[in-house]
Design a binder for this molecule. Structure first.
Ligand code: SAH
Ligand code: SF4
Length: 392
């Protein structure tokens, strides 16, 4: 089978679409009709863009793909409140997106949040994360990022609903594919294209300091979430290997500058792993790191991942951790993980498809994690190098 190398239509900027049409002597007003077909929410193919003449539809179809995530498998969990989509891309790479429905309660409106991927796999290699286990595949194209959104949005529109929030918390490290992620956000934000307000978009990073600094220079954009997981370097070296390159104090300093420059609060995410990062000492270290910051901490019980020896912290331990933070004036929320039945946390479904590694490899990996986290609890920093392929 030959690869379909036509670029995704949704990856075109309005300027490049206008130029493409002008080259073919197509009147400029057609650009609006093409954009309506791409972003309107009810059209399913280039062929169905009936406001366009047939010849233009044929030409567009020869040059572009309407949908780069057309090959998608859906699974439901939580009684239909969570929908997981596994997308097979043109080159066979597997990525995923997860749509979560939050019914409206008294005083709050219903929300429909989509969690999307920015890369196939991830080079950072956090050991509790199924995507990290896969290793790095490739960066996603702009169209492959926004098409996850268009697909979910079309499903919602058909059901008389509307997508309200987008979070870059699927597979991949968005700040290591920053040019394309920024172009995708521009498309999602642009009133002439998807038109979702920047406040409804969250980008999560494991702590790519130059990327955070670049976002700060760009000014207020969207909400920045930082995956903290541990406040002490020895433990964070193990949980987020990128910490060996940009230690936690540098990450928090960059996040602090971002909050000061943009006036937007930083969200810190902490995946709670039983007996590993949930001790009273860890809570105290986190207080020392974040006290007085314009920040919000989310504590999230770890979703089980097959290749680790770890499980979620017990709820009473998470509650005690939260109390220590709150007593120090740090706003803290405990979140329940969605879609565990379909492995909705960060890359789990695609990881299952990639196949189980051999049992001895899993056993070695588990043993190494036990040794490393025990050493980290005693305050020893990792001697492993930082992950490769994560930029300068
Ligand atoms: N690479 C980015 C964004 C994608 S990961 C980042 O790390 O921030 C999105 C979130 O899912 C991160 O906060 C990550 O720590 C969390 N996550 C990964 N594996 C998880 C697991 N097994 N259980 C709970 N949360 C997990
Ligand atoms: Fe990559 Fe984020 Fe998973 Fe870490 S948690 S391996 S940074 S996707």
């Amino acid at each position: 089978m030959t690869l379909d190398e036509r670029p995704g239509l949704s990856g075109l900027t309005p300027e490049s679409l206008a130029a493409w049409l002008a080259e073919r002597k197509v009147p400029a007003y057609r650009a609006r009709q093409v954009a309506d077909g791409v972003w309107g929410g009810s059209t399913e193919s280039i062929d169905a863009m009936l406001t366009l003449p047939g010849s233009l539809r044929t030409e567009l179809d020869g040059a572009f793909r309407f949908d780069t995530v057309a090959d998608t498998e859906l699974t439901e969990a939580d009684g239909g409140l969570t929908e997981k989509a596994l997308h097979r891309l043109a080159d066979g790479a597997l990525i995923e997106s997860v749509l979560m429905h939050y019914p409206g309660r008294s005083g709050s409106r219903e929300r429909h949040t989509l969690c999307i991927s920015s890369q196939a796999g991830c080079a950072v290699g956090c050991p509790f994360c199924a995507t990290g286990e896969l290793g790095f595949g490739r960066d996603l194209e702009v169209a492959e990022i926004v098409d996850q959104v268009r697909l979910a949005s079309r499903r919602l529109t058909a059901a008389g609903r509307r997508l309200t929030n987008i979070v870059f918390m699927g597979m991949g490290e968005p700040l290591l594919n920053l040019d394309r992620v920024l172009a995708a956000i521009e498309a999602l934000n642009d009133p002439r294209r998807f038109g979702l307000g920047a406040r409804h978009i969250t980008v999560s990073t494991s702590g790519v300091v130059p990327g955070i600094r670049r976002l700060t220079a760009l000014g207020p954009q969207f909400t920045l979430a930082v995956s903290l997981h541990a406040a002490r370097d020895p433990l964070r070296d193990v949980l987020v290997p990128l910490n060996r390159r940009w230690p936690v104090a540098e990450v928090v300093a960059a996040a602090r500058d971002h909050a000061a420059a943009t006036g937007r609060r930083i969200s810190y995410e902490v995946t709670m792993i039983g007996g590993v990062n949930d001790t009273e000492d860890d809570a105290i270290a986190m207080v020392a790191l974040l006290r007085g910051d314009h920040a919000h901490v989310n504590l999230i019980p770890m979703n089980p991942v097959a290749h680790t020896p770890w499980t979620a912290s017990p709820m009473r331990v998470i509650e005690r951790f939260a109390e220590t933070l709150r007593d120090a004036g740090i706003e803290t929320t405990i979140r329940r993980n969605r879609g565990q039945e379909v492995g909705a946390a960060c890359g789990q479904l695609a990881a299952e498809r990639a196949g189980e590694p051999p049992a001895p490899a899993v056993a070695r990996r588990r043993a190494r994690l036990v040794t490393e986290s025990a050493a980290a609890l005693l305050g020893e920093r990792s001697h492993e190098p930082a992950p490769v392929g994560v930029g300068e």
